[in-house]
Write a protein that binds this ligand. Structure first.
Ligand SMILES: NC(=O)C1=CN([C@@H]2O[C@H](COP(=O)(O)OP(=O)(O)OC[C@H]3O[C@@H](n4cnc5c(N)ncnc54)[C@H](OP(=O)(O)O)[C@@H]3O)[C@@H](O)[C@H]2O)[C@H](O)CC1
Ligand SMILES: [K+]
Length: 514
């Protein structure tokens, strides 16, 4: 699913209005009806107090139109216009008139006013600012926002939490509504997914207001949200007359004394995701352990007992995953650098491999095209240098990806795979996955997909999705705390099966139709 900028959304509005031969207030009416139906289906007429805080633009207009629907259905409402500007939008004014015709006069709030009392069992509709926010709210509006935030009432934000910009950080957290739930129109917003701005949103959901589908489809965006519909077409079915050679030969290089487990996790993940053959190149000390723990793997060892000191092999791998558990001893740095200089086989670089590259950026020009880099935040900072904020981080990652033709997997709550001008934001995963070895598993999974013939970009996007889905399945069986990387590996097969599981309603419908 595409993630649009505010300009693109405004352009989609204009196009839709023209093509569907409608007036702009029809879109506002669709938006408010959708929100009303969402609320009504949950509240079923309950007489809980609903406070609607409405700005003077179209976000406020949505709130005012919603107030009309709520009133017509007998809900107990309080409507407040947050009068932060004299420049009211046309459709806000139209809906304000419609409300007044029904003898409902909102209370106008300004810097002089006392704010309404809000009970902890009340519901607040936040329609102060939408995607049109372009400067910091005035102090009194920020004070109102804090008043709302401190109420403990349930906060439902219209389109985006008020005070949150589409493409930059708020200057202070006091300026932003902390939404329990956001009902966003047509497409999610980038700010929902970044660590610094996602904290203002507990949950979000989309409402379809009928913007022109073809226009949205044709609009090129800088970000995409990756869910099941996006990854299903990437899946490559296994063929009846295939053999293990069809699924490639992965080489995993890494490990050091005390960190052989990293290679074991990556190697096992590589096989569980469907890789054909696996060879591990590790220091001598891990030989028995790895052969025992992972009998499916072939193991070759360096001369050095404890460290990778030489990367040479006689096999012809399809793909190489390198760096996990390798350490930063100078013999390993030397061996890794010499390997990168001569290697031209597709590559996934993780952990210490990334750290070595950061210290010696000249190596970057030797990476094969579309090498997949899987940094965690600290490793990313070593690669890219410091960034100002999460938006800047993504821009820097895009420039880096273009400069070196590499794919960067920015690991986080919503892992983002960046390739050139586009960031692919993952939808699966959970906080339980912040656990030792989780990154080794991911690197192994991506390696195993490339080995089977997936293009590196698809392998990164699909691998990240399946990794998160495995984590979600582990949580549903074990809870968050007990997620371990071994369990993640053990759930990769179930994650594939989950991909093809249809929702229960769909299955029931079929049974009834039969
Ligand atoms: N396609 C859709 O998704 C639709 C969404 N709708 C809703 O419309 C809003 C966007 O409405 P818009 O009127 O463009 O913007 P806002 O309501 O967010 O803001 C209104 C104006 O306020 C001014 N502004 C911005 N920041 C501040 C500030 N800090 N203090 C004071 N004033 C501010 C700004 O105007 P200026 O000319 O003064 O710069 C804004 O334009 C969207 O979020 C949805 O809720 C439609 O209902 C249907 C289509
Ligand atoms: K809002």
């Amino acid at each position: 699913m595409k993630i649009f900028t505010s300009e693109q959304i405004y352009a989609a509005d204009r196009f839709t209005i023209e093509k569907q031969q409608i007036t702009s207030d029809i879109l506002m009416e669709r938006a408010s009806v959708q929100i009303f139906e969402w609320m009504n289906s949950r509240l079923q007429g309950a007489q809980v107090k609903i406070h609607l805080f409405c700005g003077i633009g179209n976000n406020g207009g949505d709130g005012i139109a919603l107030a009309r629907h709520l009133q017509e259905h007998g809900y107990s409402i309080g409507v407040y216009v947050v009068n932060y500007s004299e420049k009211r939008s046309k459709d806000f004014l139209l809906n304000l008139d419609r409300l007044k015709e029904r003898k409902l006069w909102p209370e106008f709030l300004d810097s002089e006013c006392e704010f309404p009392e809000l009970g902890r069992d009340d519901i607040i509709v936040d329609a102060i600012f939408g995607i049109g926010l372009n400067r910091n709210p005035d102090n009194w509006v920020a004070t109102l926002i804090q008043h709302i935030n401190s109420s403990s009432a349930f906060i439902l934000s219209v389109d985006i939490p008020s005070g949150l910009y589409m493409e930059q950080l708020p200057s202070s957290s006091d300026n932003v509504i902390r939404a329990n739930h956001v009902l966003s129109f047509q497409a999610p917003k980038l700010a929902f997914f970044l660590p610094q701005t996602g904290v203002y949103i507990n949950q979000w959901e989309l409402l379809d207001i009928g913007l022109d589908a073809e226009f949205l489809y044709k609009t090129k965006t800088g970000y995409e949200f990756i869910g099941k519909p996006e990854v299903l077409p990437m899946y490559r079915p296994r063929l009846k007359f295939s053999h293990k050679g069809n699924y490639g030969h992965s080489l995993i290089i890494g490990g050091s004394y005390g960190k052989i487990g990293a290679v074991q996790l990556a190697g096992k993940a590589c096989l569980e995701i469907g890789g054909g053959l696996l060879t591990a190149l590790i220091p001598e000390c891990g030989y028995t352990t790895l052969q025992t723990a992972l009998p499916e793997a072939m193991v070759i060892t360096c001369d050095n007992d404890d460290l990778i000191d030489d990367i040479s092999y006689e096999i012809q791998p399809t793909v190489i995953g390198v760096g996990m558990g390798m350490g930063l001893d100078k013999v390993s740095i030397k061996a890794f650098s010499a390997f990168i200089e001569k290697n031209n086989i597709p590559l996934v670089v993780d952990a210490d491999g990334l750290n070595i590259i950061s210290k010696n950026p000249k190596l970057l020009k030797n990476l094969p095209k579309q090498t997949v880099l899987t940094p965690h935040p600290k490793e990313l900072e070593r690669l890219l240098g410091k960034w100002n904020d999460d938006f800047d981080k993504l821009e820097k990652a895009k420039s880096f990806s273009k400069k070196y033709d590499c794919i960067i997997v920015i690991k986080g709550a919503h892992t983002i795979v960046v390739y050139k001008d586009v960031g692919f934001i993952n939808s699966t995963g959970n906080p339980g996955m912040a656990t030792a070895g989780s990154g080794d598993v991911l690197a192994g999974m991506i390696t195993g997909l490339i080995s089977q013939g997936y293009e590196p970009l698809s392998a990164a996007i699909f691998g990240v999705y399946l990794h998160g889905l495995s984590g979600d399945l582990v949580v549903s069986d074990n809870g968050y705390e007990a997620v371990t990387s071994s369990k993640l590996v053990g759930h990769i097969g179930k994650a594939f099966m989950e991909l093809f599981r249809r929702p229960e309603q769909e299955q029931n419908k079929e049974i009834k139709e039969v």
